[in-house]
Design a protein around this ligand. Structure first.
Ligand SMILES: Cc1cc2nc3c(=O)[nH]c(=O)nc-3n(C[C@H](O)[C@H](O)[C@H](O)COP(=O)(O)O)c2cc1C
Length: 151
């Protein structure tokens, strides 16, 4: 059984709703077990449990939101000491940009190392049904790809 960790930070609820949608999608794949955690509640043991990670957060001040950056800062060195790597995807529920957050996450992820296996999903503005549907699809893509061993 493959393991997918969805780890997110959300200050006002946007990315929490997107994360729930991603979870709904991932749970459609029975060959992968999925764990959904707020970044503040997640630690290195969750990362080591996972084969793949789906990150979610806003962009704040042009950077990846601090709650998710904190998770990355706490897990980076412990993860690097492991002889392994991860696959990952990203959703950024954000105001009007998101490009800085994507760039920053891609740069950090390379160091773990993590390999990006889906186009980053940048969802700007209020959460609407199409945004939820796209997150659901992203969750299913990660979970199914892990289960089928195509990553
Ligand atoms: C302090 C602050 C800074 C922000 N900076 C950006 C930004 O640089 N780029 C952007 O696209 N949105 C920015 N936003 C908008 C947030 O990304 C947006 O409100 C998002 O939906 C928050 O998601 P969350 O509730 O899941 O944390 C900012 C919001 C706040 C409160």
């Amino acid at each position: 059984m493959k393991h997918l960790l969805i780890v997110y930070h959300s200050q006002s609820g946007t990315n929490a709703r997107l994360a729930q949608a991603a979870l709904r999608g991932a749970l459609q794949e029975e060959g992968t077990e999925t764990r959904l955690l707020r970044a503040v509640d997640a630690d290195t043991s969750d990362l080591l449990w996972a084969d793949g990670v789906l990150f979610g957060a806003a962009e704040n001040f042009g950077y990846l939101a601090g709650g998710l950056t904190d998770f990355l800062a706490r897990t980076f060195y412990p993860a690097q000491m492991q002889p392994r790597s991860w696959v990952y995807g990203t959703f950024i529920g954000t105001g009007n940009d998101g490009s800085g957050a994507v760039r920053q996450l891609q740069r950090i992820a390379r160091g773990y190392p993590m390999r990006e296996v889906a186009e980053p999903l940048v969802l700007r503005g209020p959460v609407i049904d199409t945004a939820l549907a796209r997150c659901e699809e992203l969750g299913l893509t990660l979970a199914a790809g892990l289960a089928m061993g195509i990553f």
